[in-house]
Design a protein around this ligand. Structure first.
Ligand SMILES: Nc1ncnc2c1ncn2[C@@H]1O[C@H](COP(=O)(O)OP(=O)(O)OP(=O)(O)O)[C@@H](O)[C@H]1O
Length: 251
């Protein structure tokens, strides 16, 4: 296996009066890993994401990005190479801006985010029509629609496309299909899988859907009480079933 792109070394997160919500986590993320993340409510999944993204400070340990400790780097700085899609369709997009304007803005990851001096040319609109069509939910016909007027599924698809417009070194999918109806959720999940696979994205995906966690990705982790209690990949992951997974869901 190649060197890890991200590595958590003995990462502890302590809150309030000394409660550890991450307990000495050691976790390596390799290039091209698509890791599904499971665990009971309160297990520490969002805490893990917040820690990696820099939204939560660690109490001890190291977070390495290509071998460099980024534990003290701000969340804003980390957005240059880490992208995140949230559960809430209202997060991640500017509601008054159109779909096309949001996509244009997303192309500025790592540089100053302004639309000044960069027009939406016909060439760009044609490019965005092709880009959005792959999501399979008519987003391509709504390029000039304000994002706030989209359906939840279209908005989540747009958030996904924005997060991946400039290929991130790590994509954090934070229950990004959970607020959608079953059919829309399944459709976005399939589109997600196609894009992650096609573009060889390195991704972590929190889900409460056991079937999705088993079906997608090359690797699966389960968290419990601030620890990673199972970490399997490839054949070992394929051999798992829902009953085996549920044994790790103890509170
Ligand atoms: N900033 C914080 N300050 C204090 N406690 C926190 C903070 N963030 C998380 N916690 C606590 O840490 C524990 C883990 O929370 P976390 O949100 O990571 O769980 P989760 O696995 O994502 O759960 P869910 O499936 O419900 O989203 C919980 O007990 C939560 O209350």
């Amino acid at each position: 296996m190649t060197n890890s792109v991200f590595s958590l070394k003995n990462v502890v997160v302590t809150v309030g009066d000394g409660v550890q919500i991450l307990k000495s986590v050691n976790f390596d993320i390799y290039d091209g890993d698509f890791i599904t993340v499971l665990g009971t409510n309160g297990a520490g999944k969002s805490t893990l994401f917040n820690t990696i993204a820099g939204n939560l400070s660690i109490s001890s340990g190291e977070i390495l990005h290509n071998g460099h400790n980024i534990a003290h780097e701000t969340a804003v700085k980390r957005t240059n190479y880490i992208a995140r899609v949230f559960q809430d369709p209202k997060m991640g997009t500017a509601p008054r801006m159109t779909v096309a304007e949001n996509l244009l803005l997303a192309e500025k990851r790592g540089s100053k985010r302004t639309l000044h001096g960069r027009g939406l040319t016909q060439k760009k609109l044609t490019e965005y029509a092709t880009l959005t069509k792959v999501m399979g939910n008519n987003l391509d016909s709504r390029l000039n629609t304000a994002t706030g007027d989209l359906s939840g599924g279209q908005r989540q698809a747009l958030s996904f496309l924005m997060a991946t417009r400039v290929k991130p070194e790590l994509l954090l999918l934070d229950e990004h299909t959970a607020a959608l109806d079953p059919k829309t959720s399944e459709q976005l999940m399939q589109a997600t899988n196609e894009q992650v696979t096609k573009h060889k994205l390195t991704a972590l995906m929190i889900t409460h859907n056991l079937a999705d966690a088993l079906k997608y990705g090359n690797r699966l982790i389960i968290m419990n009480a601030g620890n990673i209690v199972l970490d399997v990949r490839d054949e070992e992951k394929k051999a798992l079933d829902e009953n085996t997974i549920l044994r790790y869901f103890v509170s």
